[in-house]
Write a protein that binds this ligand. Structure first.
Ligand code: ATP
Ligand code: MG
Length: 305
């Protein structure tokens, strides 16, 4: 039975899609059967997996509106298969934005993805869901379908602030809609050890969230940013780039650490167990307005390094 994880963070541009496609490719590379679901009308995970979102005959939109099954709507990308990193793709395009509105009037509107996945769960080891940068009905469908959430985050002052909202949403979904839902872990992405504040925030995350912070750190690496324009995950585009190597290491970390899906269900902690202390950076002693302001221009200089 597949372990189903949402890659979520309501903050935009933090690396959700990059994490989803590279983790999917990395898991496939180490022999796991993977389904990647693009739950964002931007369709970036679809394009970044080598599927032209404009050419999709069926997409996750049809699955949510129950006009197609996952088995009918999923596709494969030849170039991923050829590279030995093939995974199935349930794609998305702009049509999905309409689903939000259309689903409002329907019954079980938060649980449509969950219902649809029941018939294919046995075919995969992992199902990864790329969520949009909002806490919308689409994201809610992802959270209701999942065993847990992987939260990619940059080690910055404002990233910590946003975490509070996400943790609260996860608590609410856990309490009302999906008692299995838990935080699988926080993944530090776009990390640049030369920036002192990033190192400090990283240390604080470790101190407060303990083993909920993954050991693997994804560095800032321009090859990961270039790969989507070639319609490939970095792991396939440039397997030896340090960002790609890190994503394969992350895939291995997940495979090694995760219990079977059945244990994930029964081991789900109550929401009170989600550690939230230290999320507020002023309370935790991380940075502070002056430090953050002083560091931001410096960080811009490192963009794309
Ligand atoms: P959105 O909220 O719009 O869905 P997102 O959270 O999915 O965004 P991405 O699209 O994955 O974020 O990444 C945002 C930008 O940062 C992209 O241009 C991407 O190529 C780049 N990027 C992501 N991770 C890295 C990295 N480790 N090193 C360098 N660039 C990165
Ligand atoms: Mg995205």
């Amino acid at each position: 039975m597949a372990k189903i994880f949402c890659i979520a963070n309501q903050k935009g541009g933090v690396g959700k899609t990059t994490t989803t496609v590279n983790l999917a490719a990395g898991l496939a590379k180490v022999g796991q059967r993977v389904l990647m679901i693009d739950l964002d009308p931007q369709g970036n995970a679809t394009m970044g997996s080598g599927i032209d979102k404009r050419q999709l005959e069926l997409s996750v939109y049809d699955v949510l509106l129950e006009s197609a099954t996952v088995a009918k709507a999923r596709v494969k990308a030849d170039r991923l298969e050829a590279a030995g990193c093939g995974y199935d793709i349930l794609g998305a395009n702009r049509e999905l934005a309409g689903a939000e509105v259309e689903m409002v009037a329907l019954d079980r509107r938060e649980k449509r993805l969950r219902t649809a996945l029941a018939s294919v769960g046995a075919e995969y080891d992992f199902i990864l869901i790329d969520c949009p940068p909002s806490l919308s009905l689409l994201t809610l469908n992802g959270l209701c379908a999942a065993h847990g959430v992987i939260v990619p985050m940059q080690c910055e002052y404002f990233a910590l602030e946003g975490l509070t909202d996400l943790v609260n949403t996860i608590k609410q979904v856990h309490a009302n809609l999906n008692k299995n839902l838990q935080i699988i872990g926080l993944l530090r992405v776009m990390f640049d050890p030369r920036i002192t504040l990033q190192q400090q925030v990283s240390d604080q995350l470790k101190a407060h969230f303990g083993d909920k912070v993954f050991d693997t750190v994804i560095p800032r690496n321009v090859r990961l940013a270039e790969a989507p324009s070639y319609g490939l995950p970095g792991v396939v585009f440039d397997p030896v780039a340090k960002g790609s190597v890190a994503f394969v290491a992350f895939a291995k970390e997940l495979v090694d650490k995760m219990p079977p899906a059945s244990a994930l269900q029964s081991a789900a902690p109550p929401p009170e167990d989600v550690p939230v202390v230290g999320v507020n950076p002023t309370e935790s002693g991380v940075g502070g307005a002056n430090t953050a302001a002083a560091t931001q221009p410096q960080e811009k200089n490192h963009d794309g390094v």
